[in-house]
Ligand binder design. Structure first.
Ligand SMILES: NC(=O)c1ccc[n+]([C@@H]2O[C@H](COP(=O)([O-])OP(=O)(O)OC[C@H]3O[C@@H](n4cnc5c(N)ncnc54)[C@H](OP(=O)(O)O)[C@@H]3O)[C@@H](O)[C@H]2O)c1
Length: 299
Protein backbone atom coordinates (compact mmCIF):
# COMPACT_ATOMS: atom_id res chain seq x y z
CA UNK A 1 0.00 0.00 0.00
CA UNK A 2 1.17 3.54 -0.72
CA UNK A 3 0.85 5.52 2.52
CA UNK A 4 1.49 9.14 3.44
CA UNK A 5 2.42 9.87 7.06
CA UNK A 6 2.38 13.52 8.11
CA UNK A 7 4.53 14.71 11.01
CA UNK A 8 6.94 11.85 10.35
CA UNK A 9 9.50 13.45 12.69
CA UNK A 10 7.05 13.36 15.61
CA UNK A 11 6.64 10.94 18.52
CA UNK A 12 3.89 8.83 16.91
CA UNK A 13 4.72 9.72 13.28
CA UNK A 14 8.26 8.27 13.34
CA UNK A 15 7.02 4.98 14.76
CA UNK A 16 4.23 4.85 12.19
CA UNK A 17 6.75 5.25 9.40
CA UNK A 18 9.06 2.51 10.68
CA UNK A 19 6.23 0.05 11.38
CA UNK A 20 4.65 0.62 7.95
CA UNK A 21 8.00 0.19 6.19
CA UNK A 22 8.60 -3.01 8.18
CA UNK A 23 5.22 -4.30 7.01
CA UNK A 24 6.20 -3.76 3.39
CA UNK A 25 4.36 -0.54 2.59
CA UNK A 26 5.66 2.26 0.39
CA UNK A 27 5.77 5.32 2.62
CA UNK A 28 6.04 9.06 2.04
CA UNK A 29 6.85 10.94 5.25
CA UNK A 30 6.05 14.64 5.38
CA UNK A 31 7.46 17.01 7.96
CA UNK A 32 9.13 20.37 8.42
CA UNK A 33 12.82 20.98 7.87
CA UNK A 34 15.52 18.38 7.53
CA UNK A 35 14.85 14.66 7.69
CA UNK A 36 15.27 13.60 11.32
CA UNK A 37 14.39 9.90 10.99
CA UNK A 38 16.25 7.25 9.02
CA UNK A 39 14.56 4.39 7.19
CA UNK A 40 13.50 3.03 3.81
CA UNK A 41 10.89 5.69 3.08
CA UNK A 42 10.69 8.79 0.94
CA UNK A 43 10.86 12.06 2.84
CA UNK A 44 9.59 15.45 1.73
CA UNK A 45 10.08 18.63 3.71
CA UNK A 46 6.71 20.38 3.57
CA UNK A 47 5.10 23.00 5.74
CA UNK A 48 1.73 21.27 5.94
CA UNK A 49 -0.07 24.59 6.34
CA UNK A 50 1.04 25.49 2.80
CA UNK A 51 -2.13 24.10 1.17
CA UNK A 52 -1.06 24.32 -2.50
CA UNK A 53 2.33 22.71 -1.80
CA UNK A 54 0.77 19.93 0.29
CA UNK A 55 -1.88 19.24 -2.39
CA UNK A 56 0.77 19.09 -5.11
CA UNK A 57 2.99 16.76 -3.05
CA UNK A 58 0.09 14.43 -2.31
CA UNK A 59 -1.07 14.46 -5.93
CA UNK A 60 2.35 13.29 -7.08
CA UNK A 61 2.44 10.31 -4.70
CA UNK A 62 -0.98 8.72 -5.44
CA UNK A 63 -1.55 7.57 -1.86
CA UNK A 64 -3.99 4.80 -1.00
CA UNK A 65 -3.97 5.88 2.64
CA UNK A 66 -3.09 9.13 4.40
CA UNK A 67 -2.32 9.08 8.12
CA UNK A 68 -2.28 12.39 9.97
CA UNK A 69 -0.58 12.40 13.37
CA UNK A 70 0.83 15.90 12.69
CA UNK A 71 -0.58 18.81 14.59
CA UNK A 72 0.15 21.66 16.93
CA UNK A 73 0.42 19.62 20.11
CA UNK A 74 1.64 22.25 22.59
CA UNK A 75 -1.61 22.78 24.51
CA UNK A 76 -0.66 26.09 26.13
CA UNK A 77 1.03 27.24 22.88
CA UNK A 78 -2.31 26.75 21.10
CA UNK A 79 -3.95 29.03 23.67
CA UNK A 80 -1.34 31.71 22.99
CA UNK A 81 -1.54 31.42 19.19
CA UNK A 82 -5.02 30.28 18.17
CA UNK A 83 -4.49 31.16 14.51
CA UNK A 84 -1.47 28.85 14.27
CA UNK A 85 -3.43 26.18 16.16
CA UNK A 86 -6.35 26.47 13.74
CA UNK A 87 -4.09 26.31 10.69
CA UNK A 88 -2.26 23.20 11.95
CA UNK A 89 -5.15 21.32 13.54
CA UNK A 90 -7.96 22.22 11.14
CA UNK A 91 -6.60 23.81 7.94
CA UNK A 92 -4.12 20.98 7.33
CA UNK A 93 -6.85 18.41 7.94
CA UNK A 94 -9.09 20.07 5.35
CA UNK A 95 -6.32 19.91 2.74
CA UNK A 96 -5.65 16.23 3.54
CA UNK A 97 -9.35 15.34 3.45
CA UNK A 98 -9.84 17.04 0.08
CA UNK A 99 -6.81 15.21 -1.31
CA UNK A 100 -8.06 11.88 0.10
CA UNK A 101 -11.45 12.51 -1.51
CA UNK A 102 -9.89 13.23 -4.90
CA UNK A 103 -7.61 10.18 -4.75
CA UNK A 104 -10.14 7.78 -3.17
CA UNK A 105 -7.63 7.31 -0.34
CA UNK A 106 -8.53 6.37 3.24
CA UNK A 107 -7.74 9.09 5.80
CA UNK A 108 -6.78 8.19 9.36
CA UNK A 109 -6.75 11.33 11.48
CA UNK A 110 -5.16 11.25 14.93
CA UNK A 111 -7.14 13.13 17.57
CA UNK A 112 -7.25 13.43 21.34
CA UNK A 113 -9.15 12.75 24.57
CA UNK A 114 -9.22 16.56 24.97
CA UNK A 115 -12.31 16.67 22.73
CA UNK A 116 -14.10 15.70 25.97
CA UNK A 117 -14.48 18.08 28.91
CA UNK A 118 -13.23 15.62 31.53
CA UNK A 119 -16.29 15.92 33.77
CA UNK A 120 -17.25 12.25 33.69
CA UNK A 121 -14.73 10.04 31.88
CA UNK A 122 -13.78 7.46 30.80
CA UNK A 123 -15.53 8.18 27.52
CA UNK A 124 -17.02 5.74 25.04
CA UNK A 125 -16.18 6.36 21.36
CA UNK A 126 -19.69 7.70 20.75
CA UNK A 127 -19.76 9.98 23.83
CA UNK A 128 -20.59 13.59 23.07
CA UNK A 129 -17.51 15.85 22.79
CA UNK A 130 -17.41 19.13 24.69
CA UNK A 131 -13.98 20.65 24.00
CA UNK A 132 -12.53 23.33 26.28
CA UNK A 133 -9.58 25.50 25.35
CA UNK A 134 -8.06 26.25 21.96
CA UNK A 135 -6.15 22.97 21.49
CA UNK A 136 -9.29 20.97 22.26
CA UNK A 137 -11.53 23.18 20.12
CA UNK A 138 -9.23 22.95 17.11
CA UNK A 139 -8.73 19.19 17.45
CA UNK A 140 -12.51 18.76 17.64
CA UNK A 141 -12.92 21.00 14.58
CA UNK A 142 -10.36 18.76 12.84
CA UNK A 143 -12.58 15.74 13.55
CA UNK A 144 -15.63 17.58 12.20
CA UNK A 145 -13.68 18.58 9.08
CA UNK A 146 -12.87 14.94 8.33
CA UNK A 147 -16.52 13.96 8.77
CA UNK A 148 -17.76 16.84 6.62
CA UNK A 149 -15.40 16.34 3.70
CA UNK A 150 -15.25 12.55 3.33
CA UNK A 151 -17.79 9.76 2.89
CA UNK A 152 -18.21 7.75 6.12
CA UNK A 153 -16.44 4.70 4.67
CA UNK A 154 -13.33 6.73 3.88
CA UNK A 155 -12.20 8.04 7.27
CA UNK A 156 -11.07 6.85 10.65
CA UNK A 157 -10.56 9.12 13.64
CA UNK A 158 -8.09 7.66 16.13
CA UNK A 159 -8.15 9.43 19.49
CA UNK A 160 -5.20 8.96 21.75
CA UNK A 161 -4.00 10.37 25.10
CA UNK A 162 -0.85 11.19 27.12
CA UNK A 163 1.60 9.51 24.76
CA UNK A 164 5.09 8.54 25.95
CA UNK A 165 8.16 7.21 24.20
CA UNK A 166 11.93 7.12 24.64
CA UNK A 167 14.10 8.88 23.59
CA UNK A 168 12.63 12.34 23.30
CA UNK A 169 12.06 13.65 19.79
CA UNK A 170 13.30 17.03 20.98
CA UNK A 171 10.00 17.82 22.68
CA UNK A 172 9.22 16.55 26.13
CA UNK A 173 6.67 13.79 26.44
CA UNK A 174 5.14 12.75 29.76
CA UNK A 175 7.05 9.48 30.22
CA UNK A 176 10.36 10.92 29.05
CA UNK A 177 10.08 13.94 31.34
CA UNK A 178 9.00 11.83 34.32
CA UNK A 179 11.71 9.17 33.96
CA UNK A 180 14.56 11.59 33.23
CA UNK A 181 13.62 13.83 36.17
CA UNK A 182 13.30 10.91 38.61
CA UNK A 183 16.60 9.44 37.31
CA UNK A 184 18.34 12.71 38.33
CA UNK A 185 16.89 12.25 41.83
CA UNK A 186 14.73 15.35 41.47
CA UNK A 187 11.21 15.63 42.90
CA UNK A 188 8.32 15.46 40.43
CA UNK A 189 5.04 17.27 41.03
CA UNK A 190 2.15 15.21 39.62
CA UNK A 191 -1.58 15.86 39.60
CA UNK A 192 -3.56 13.58 41.88
CA UNK A 193 -6.84 14.93 40.52
CA UNK A 194 -6.37 14.18 36.82
CA UNK A 195 -7.29 10.74 35.42
CA UNK A 196 -5.89 9.75 32.04
CA UNK A 197 -5.38 6.84 29.65
CA UNK A 198 -1.59 6.90 29.38
CA UNK A 199 -0.29 5.45 26.10
CA UNK A 200 2.94 4.29 24.53
CA UNK A 201 3.73 5.74 21.08
CA UNK A 202 4.73 2.35 19.63
CA UNK A 203 1.38 0.85 20.61
CA UNK A 204 -0.54 3.90 19.32
CA UNK A 205 1.28 3.66 15.99
CA UNK A 206 0.48 -0.07 15.67
CA UNK A 207 -3.25 0.53 16.23
CA UNK A 208 -3.35 3.53 13.88
CA UNK A 209 -1.43 1.65 11.15
CA UNK A 210 -3.89 -1.23 11.37
CA UNK A 211 -6.84 1.15 10.91
CA UNK A 212 -5.21 2.39 7.70
CA UNK A 213 -4.29 -1.07 6.41
CA UNK A 214 -7.79 -2.44 6.97
CA UNK A 215 -9.55 0.85 6.11
CA UNK A 216 -11.65 0.49 9.26
CA UNK A 217 -13.99 3.48 9.29
CA UNK A 218 -15.38 5.48 12.19
CA UNK A 219 -14.25 6.58 15.62
CA UNK A 220 -11.59 4.65 17.53
CA UNK A 221 -9.83 5.07 20.87
CA UNK A 222 -6.20 4.16 20.27
CA UNK A 223 -4.57 4.64 23.68
CA UNK A 224 -3.46 2.58 26.67
CA UNK A 225 -5.88 0.09 28.23
CA UNK A 226 -5.99 1.58 31.74
CA UNK A 227 -7.23 4.84 33.22
CA UNK A 228 -5.39 6.15 36.28
CA UNK A 229 -4.44 9.38 38.02
CA UNK A 230 -0.98 10.77 37.33
CA UNK A 231 0.34 10.16 40.86
CA UNK A 232 -0.51 6.46 40.63
CA UNK A 233 1.19 6.32 37.22
CA UNK A 234 4.27 8.05 38.68
CA UNK A 235 4.45 5.48 41.50
CA UNK A 236 4.17 2.67 38.95
CA UNK A 237 7.15 4.22 37.10
CA UNK A 238 9.16 4.30 40.34
CA UNK A 239 8.34 0.65 40.99
CA UNK A 240 9.36 -0.46 37.46
CA UNK A 241 12.53 1.67 37.20
CA UNK A 242 13.67 1.43 40.84
CA UNK A 243 13.28 5.16 41.60
CA UNK A 244 12.47 6.56 45.06
CA UNK A 245 8.64 6.92 45.25
CA UNK A 246 9.08 9.77 47.77
CA UNK A 247 10.19 11.90 44.79
CA UNK A 248 6.57 11.89 43.57
CA UNK A 249 4.95 15.02 45.02
CA UNK A 250 1.18 14.94 44.64
CA UNK A 251 -0.29 18.28 43.62
CA UNK A 252 -3.72 19.37 42.50
CA UNK A 253 -4.52 20.67 39.04
CA UNK A 254 -7.06 22.91 40.69
CA UNK A 255 -4.18 24.73 42.51
CA UNK A 256 -2.06 25.45 39.41
CA UNK A 257 -2.65 28.28 36.96
CA UNK A 258 -2.49 26.77 33.46
CA UNK A 259 -2.90 28.80 30.27
CA UNK A 260 -5.33 26.23 28.88
CA UNK A 261 -7.87 24.08 30.74
CA UNK A 262 -7.19 20.33 31.03
CA UNK A 263 -9.81 17.59 31.31
CA UNK A 264 -9.76 16.27 34.91
CA UNK A 265 -11.70 13.02 34.86
CA UNK A 266 -10.69 11.91 31.39
CA UNK A 267 -9.79 8.50 30.03
CA UNK A 268 -10.92 6.72 26.87
CA UNK A 269 -12.89 3.49 26.76
CA UNK A 270 -10.98 1.09 24.47
CA UNK A 271 -13.51 -1.77 24.37
CA UNK A 272 -14.22 -1.43 20.63
CA UNK A 273 -10.51 -1.25 19.77
CA UNK A 274 -9.61 -4.21 21.97
CA UNK A 275 -12.40 -6.31 20.45
CA UNK A 276 -11.59 -5.42 16.83
CA UNK A 277 -7.90 -4.83 16.24
CA UNK A 278 -5.04 -7.31 16.29
CA UNK A 279 -2.93 -4.56 17.92
CA UNK A 280 -4.47 -4.40 21.41
CA UNK A 281 -4.22 -1.40 23.74
CA UNK A 282 -1.33 -2.05 26.10
CA UNK A 283 -1.60 -2.23 29.88
CA UNK A 284 0.51 0.23 31.89
CA UNK A 285 2.84 -2.65 32.82
CA UNK A 286 3.43 -3.44 29.12
CA UNK A 287 4.02 0.24 28.28
CA UNK A 288 6.49 0.63 31.16
CA UNK A 289 8.37 -2.50 30.06
CA UNK A 290 8.74 -0.93 26.60
CA UNK A 291 9.92 2.42 28.04
CA UNK A 292 12.43 0.51 30.17
CA UNK A 293 13.71 -1.39 27.12
CA UNK A 294 13.91 1.79 25.00
CA UNK A 295 15.88 3.57 27.72
CA UNK A 296 18.36 0.71 27.93
CA UNK A 297 18.78 0.83 24.16
CA UNK A 298 19.18 4.66 24.11
CA UNK A 299 20.73 5.59 27.50
N1 LIG B 1 1.51 13.42 22.70
C1 LIG B 1 0.39 13.31 23.39
O1 LIG B 1 0.42 13.16 24.61
C2 LIG B 1 -0.94 13.31 22.68
C3 LIG B 1 -2.10 13.16 23.44
C4 LIG B 1 -3.34 13.16 22.79
C5 LIG B 1 -3.40 13.30 21.42
N2 LIG B 1 -2.26 13.47 20.70
C6 LIG B 1 -2.37 13.66 19.25
O2 LIG B 1 -1.58 12.68 18.63
C7 LIG B 1 -0.97 13.21 17.47
C8 LIG B 1 0.52 12.87 17.49
O3 LIG B 1 1.11 13.42 18.66
P1 LIG B 1 2.67 13.43 18.88
O4 LIG B 1 2.92 13.46 20.32
O5 LIG B 1 3.32 12.40 18.04
O6 LIG B 1 3.01 14.88 18.31
P2 LIG B 1 4.42 15.54 18.00
O7 LIG B 1 5.53 14.71 18.51
O8 LIG B 1 4.30 16.95 18.41
O9 LIG B 1 4.45 15.42 16.42
C9 LIG B 1 3.69 16.24 15.59
C10 LIG B 1 4.51 16.53 14.40
O10 LIG B 1 3.76 17.36 13.52
C11 LIG B 1 4.66 18.24 12.92
N3 LIG B 1 4.02 19.44 12.42
C12 LIG B 1 3.21 20.28 13.10
N4 LIG B 1 2.85 21.29 12.31
C13 LIG B 1 3.46 21.07 11.12
C14 LIG B 1 3.51 21.80 9.90
N5 LIG B 1 2.84 22.94 9.73
N6 LIG B 1 4.25 21.31 8.89
C15 LIG B 1 4.95 20.17 9.04
N7 LIG B 1 4.95 19.44 10.15
C16 LIG B 1 4.22 19.90 11.19
C17 LIG B 1 5.63 18.60 14.03
O11 LIG B 1 6.78 19.11 13.44
P3 LIG B 1 7.97 19.77 14.31
O12 LIG B 1 8.65 18.59 14.94
O13 LIG B 1 8.78 20.45 13.27
O14 LIG B 1 7.30 20.69 15.29
C18 LIG B 1 5.80 17.28 14.75
O15 LIG B 1 6.91 16.57 14.27
C19 LIG B 1 -1.26 14.70 17.45
O16 LIG B 1 -2.24 14.93 16.48
C20 LIG B 1 -1.81 14.99 18.83
O17 LIG B 1 -2.82 15.99 18.78
C21 LIG B 1 -1.03 13.47 21.30
Amino acid sequence: MRVVVTGSNGLVGRRLVSQLVERGHEVLGLARGARRVEGAFTYASVDLTDGPLLTETLGGFKAEAIINPAGMTDVDGCERDPVAAWNANVGVVATLARAARTAGAHLVHVSTDYVFDGEDGPYAVDAKPNPRGTYALTKHAGEQTVKALLPAAQWSIARTAVVSGWPSTGKNNFGYWLISTLARGQPVPLFSDQWVSTSHATNVAAMVAELAEKRLPGLWHTCGAEVMDRVTFGRRVCERFGFDPALIKPSRMADVKLASPRPAKSGLDVTKTAQTLDARPWTVARALDELFRERQEHP
